[in-house]
Ligand binder design. Structure first.
Ligand SMILES: NC(=O)c1ccc[n+]([C@@H]2O[C@H](COP(=O)([O-])OP(=O)(O)OC[C@H]3O[C@@H](n4cnc5c(N)ncnc54)[C@H](O)[C@@H]3O)[C@@H](O)[C@H]2O)c1
Length: 402
């Protein structure tokens, strides 16, 4: 019998929202993709010991720990996946890289540019590989947009229009870590603009060279404290010894950030992120206009890419609705999922990414390029330039932000 290749053993830090998305992705990747090496779930780490055992049993993690540093010491673990709040990405990623582990980290790369730079530099010093979970690159429609632009179907890109609109951040939303600058770095900006800046860079293949102007707003400055004052609760203010927990706490991050920019090929670009847009729940949109045509994508209808080919006769040209689920048509990732128009959802982007990470670790090609720490650092520079622009009310050239 031929020996089967050794599995890639994965550990994950963080057992809530992304903990679920990533656990599912690592479990599913080997079922839906024919991978050069299998994936084995090894250890799940998080702070809340009471919840950890239930989570591990539910998702099939054989080992648990509340001390994430244990993962660095464990010779069995090949890759550490980081799904924790932004302020701990640096400490965790650098420790794992120094221990020789491959690292897949959630976005934004970090809460601050300093942290992101330290992570990029640690990755440069290490032989291990790094990945950042910009999962929307792996929606088939976004990957197809990337391919069409690379094939020249849009000609010269003139406009990029990106929005990421959500509505969950009203005044009743508790002051969890996402509303604390020292934990999150920024609000809607690092959370949502990070995704659309990455998507714009990925689809166009161009870099942002200048932020011409930006506006950052905090509409809701006080929020109720979360019920749970435990390890994942309200943070420093919650449950301080001898003091009654306050009913509300300060939110010191942006609720919305908008900015306009230029791309290296000369295109204009606009970006808007908000958590306060009623009616829009996860409206992550990207539109490109080029000299030969246009493309548009909306995550709320994620299996579809709209394409207008302006080289066609105006008599019949128009917006074409492409259902990006056709394996015979070569749609990215379609061969790994269901028959045509048996649509996929949010979690499939993560599974597609887990499969591509395994391919890169086995020196085979991912379906479309994966962002590493150096790549995500470029997105972080754009985020920083926009914050600077909003603060100083001036244009910021990217070459001034290092
Ligand atoms: N790619 C995406 O679409 C996407 C979506 C949501 C969140 N995120 C990113 O994922 C990360 C986590 O977000 P989330 O929504 O899962 O948060 P969450 O609050 O739901 O979960 C955070 C988890 O991290 C653990 N944790 C917190 N501090 C820790 C520490 N110091 N050591 C060990 N564990 C710790 C908590 O116990 C919890 O299990 C953030 O960087 C966020 O920006 C990405």
């Amino acid at each position: 019998m031929p020996r089967s290749p050794r599995p890639i053993r994965v550990a994950l830090v963080g057992a809530k929202f992304m903990g679920r998305a990533h656990s599912n992705a690592w479990r599913q990747a080997g079922c839906f993709f024919d991978l050069p090496r299998p994936v084995a779930l090894h250890t799940i780490a998080a702070r809340n010991a009471a919840e950890l055992e239930t989570f591990a049993a539910q998702w099939g993690w054989p080992h648990t720990t509340t001390r994430w540093r244990d993962l660095a010491e464990d010779p069995e673990i090949d890759l550490v996946d980081i799904g924790t709040p932004n302020d701990v990405h640096r400490e965790q990623a650098v420790a794992m890289l120094e221990a020789g582990k491959h690292v897949a980290c959630e976005k934004p790369l970090a809460g601050t540019l300093d942290d992101a730079r330290a992570m990029r530099d640690a990755a440069k010093r290490s032989k291990a590989k790094t990945f950042v979970w910009f999962n929307y690159r792996r929606c088939p429609a976004v990957a197809l947009a990337h391919e069409l632009v690379r094939e020249g179907r849009l000609g010269d890109i003139r406009h990029v229009r990106a929005t990421y609109l959500q509505s969950w951040g009203g005044p009743d939303t508790p002051r969890v870590w996402r509303f604390q600058k020292k934990r999150a770095g920024s609000g809607a900006h690092g959370d949502l603009n990070a995704h659309i800046v990455d998507m714009a860079r990925f689809v166009t293949g161009e870099e942002i060279t200048e932020v011409h102007g930006a506006v950052a707003r905090t509409f809701i400055k006080e929020r109720p404290m979360p019920d749970d004052g435990g390890p994942d609760g309200g943070g420093a203010l919650a449950g301080s010894k001898g003091r009654k927990k306050p009913a509300t706490g300060r939110s010191d991050v942006d609720d919305a950030v908008l900015f306009v920019a230029s791309l290296s090929g000369g295109a204009t670009a606009s970006f808007e992120a908000t958590r306060l847009a009623p009616g829009h729940q996860n409206r992550n949109t990207l539109e490109l206009n080029g000299s030969k045509g246009s493309l548009r994508f909306d995550f709320e209808d994620m299996n579809v890419l709209w394409f207008h080919d302006d080289t066609e006769s105006p008599r019949t040209a128009g917006w074409r609705r492409i259902m990006c689920t056709n394996a015979a048509g070569g749609h990215p990732y379609a061969e790994n999922w269901w028959p045509d128009a048996h649509v996929i959802g949010y979690e499939h982007g993560f599974t597609n990414m887990a499969a591509d990470i395994v391919r890169v670790l086995c020196r085979t090609k991912p379906v479309v390029p994966l962002p590493d720490f150096a790549d995500a650092y470029e997105t972080q520079r754009v985020l920083e330039a926009a914050l600077l622009s909003a603060k100083e009310r001036c244009a910021v050239r990217l070459r001034e932000v290092r």
